[in-house]
Design a protein around this ligand. Structure first.
Ligand SMILES: [Zn+2]
Length: 273
């Protein structure tokens, strides 16, 4: 299942315009304005417009990205409280719209140690009590004090959250590479073997397919167009033809998505055997 991040300027229903234009089976977008803490209400009419547009579209699955503002493990109490409130709202909105997957960056710990931050995350979700959606913890590049930049840490997060029905993993190719797993060449199988040591492969519910502008182990999160970065086409060919992941949403998140998204999708499709 292949698709792309899409821009939804003018309304979230425009996701389906881009999805159909680019022949996507899956699209990813923000349910709310991603750079603002304030969120507008959604009217029944708008929900209907969205659902009608989805019905009339070939898009099968939607993955919503939680805005980067949200940091449930922030050291700042105000940010933590706002993040909790927003997470609740995003889950509610997803349910109203019929969106199944929500991708979440597990957060930046600041000066706290990671196990303390994981406890804070666990306590947040105890308050949120998520249900009816699947929240996918994204693998991170290891920039700054971000949580989730190793498979072991993702495992610890999943263990702490302790709800197999709700929590899964979103595997981002650029982040995994930047954090220090060489997914190129023979590293492809090695990386998934390493993943399996900590987490069953079936916990991967979505892939972000991005090449990396920065070097292997750079710990710097910079996405690049497919085939133009440090990862190269070989990895993307392998993942797109891997039977184990055939039905898992694979989503492009490359730069200049409006201008270059379709071209990147074309490059990916050409790799499918
Ligand atoms: Zn990503």
């Amino acid at each position: 299942m292949l698709g792309s991040t899409v821009k939804t300027i003018g309304g979230i229903e425009s996701a389906f315009y881009w999805g159909d234009k680019w022949n996507c089976q899956v699209v990813q977008f923000y349910l709310t304005l991603s750079r603002k803490w304030e969120v507008d209400e959604i009217s029944k009419e708008k929900v209907k417009i969205f659902k009608d547009a989805w019905k009339g579209s070939k898009v099968k699955e939607i993955v919503a990205h939680i805005p980067y503002l949200v940091n449930l493990v922030s050291e700042n109490k105000d940010t933590r409280e706002k993040s909790l409130k927003r997470m609740l709202l995003e889950i509610e909105r997803a349910k109203i719209l019929g969106v199944r997957y929500l991708v979440l960056h597990p957060g930046s710990t600041g000066n706290q140690n990671k196990s303390k931050a994981i406890k804070v995350l666990r306590d947040s979700f105890k308050k949120i009590k998520p249900s009816g959606v699947e929240i996918l913890i994204e693998t991170m590049a290891g920039q700054g004090s971000s949580l989730g930049s190793s498979f072991e840490e993702i495992k610890e997060i999943l263990l702490a959250l302790n709800n197999d029905k709700v929590f899964g993993v979103c595997f981002d190719s650029a982040h995994v590479f930047e954090s220090g797993y060489d997914i190129r060449g023979e590293g492809y199988e090695k990386t998934f073997r390493e993943f399996k040591k900590f987490i069953p492969l079936k916990k991967i519910k979505a892939f972000h397919l991005n090449d990396s502008k920065t070097n292997f182990k750079s710990k710097r999160d910079r996405h690049e167009h497919i085939g133009k970065g440090q990862i190269g086409l070989d990895f993307f060919g392998k993942i797109l033809n891997d039977e184990r992941f055939k039905n898992i949403p694979k989503i492009l998140e490359t730069p200049e998505i409006v201008e270059e998204g379709e071209n990147n999708l074309r490059i990916l499709r050409n790799l499918i055997k």
